[in-house]
Design a protein around this ligand. Structure first.
Ligand SMILES: [Fe+2]
Length: 264
């Protein structure tokens, strides 16, 4: 771990302060070459094989209500708010060391951009606080997307998110992808035009962002794949927790399909 952290600091030493200044001004930045390409290629192959293997299992999208000790699962959902597959992996289900190393490094870098409280997100002493790994695949057929939205409340100040790209625009999909509205000039920025595998995206979740329809121009383009570790409070499950969550999601998605509620 020590070696990894040193490596991160060395690789970005000249650019690091520049990245922080750019982030403060614009609300996002792409840090180039944070990860070895062999490490991200290995991670991409790992998650793609899980998605391939489990995609026939029917599971809906989940936001919130994650339970302590639950199994990893893959979900797919196509509603007006989004179209994507999302793989949920939990640290208690033995995550590969190489995966944890990528995200320890990403979270270490992210801390430099987060000024709220030096202990924020560490979850020390907090009840059921932890992290889970989220991998999103926005396919090309049907075209994946996530409607524009912002996370939290504007009054919260900055919410720093990071994202590890596991696909490249150009070879894996031809148009669309992650966009963010620049804080300084209100312009729409297509982040995936710049962020490639091996880079790390940092952005302020309170800025308007989303994923424009991911489209292919040739056959065999899989779409947009990206990964991030999310901090959350897990709930203590009982016998009814999982079936109840299933029913809640079913109705939320139904209401969204009929334009009665907005999901984000
Ligand atoms: Fe978001």
């Amino acid at each position: 771990m020590e070696a990894l952290l040193k490596n991160t600091a060395q690789r970005n030493e000249e650019n690091f302060d520049l990245n922080i200044a750019y982030f403060k001004q614009n609300g996002f930045c792409v840090i180039k070459g944070v990860f070895e390409s062999s490490d991200v290629i290995k991670e991409r192959e790992r998650v793609l094989s899980i998605i391939q293997e489990q995609k026939t299992k029917e599971s809906r999208f989940v936001r919130g209500s994650l339970f302590l000790g639950e199994e990893n699962f893959l979900s797919f959902s196509k509603i007006p708010s989004w179209c994507m597959s999302r793989l949920y992996e939990f640290t208690w289900n033995s995550m590969p060391k190489s995966t944890l190393e990528i995200h320890s490094k990403a979270m270490f870098v992210k801390k430099h951009f987060d000024y709220r409280d030096e202990h924020f997100g560490l979850g020390v002493g907090e009840k059921f606080y932890g992290h889970y790994l989220s991998t999103s695949l926005y396919p090309t057929n049907p075209a994946g997307y996530l409607i524009e939205h912002f996370d939290g409340h504007k009054e919260d100040g900055t919410i720093v998110h990071y994202m590890v790209p596991l696909s490249n625009k150009g070879s894996d999909f031809s148009s669309g992808g992650l966009f963010i509205i620049n804080k300084s000039n209100g312009k729409k920025i297509l982040i995936d035009d710049e962020a490639k595998m091996g880079d790390l995206i940092i952005f302020d979740g309170t800025l308007v962002h989303g994923v424009d329809k991911v489209l292919a121009s040739k056959d065999q383009q899989m779409g947009r794949l990206a990964q991030f570790m999310i901090s959350t409070y897990f709930e203590k499950p009982n016998f009814y927790s999982l079936p109840l969550r299933k029913i809640k999601i079913f109705f939320k998605e139904l209401l969204n399909r009929h334009g009665l509620i907005q999901l984000r």
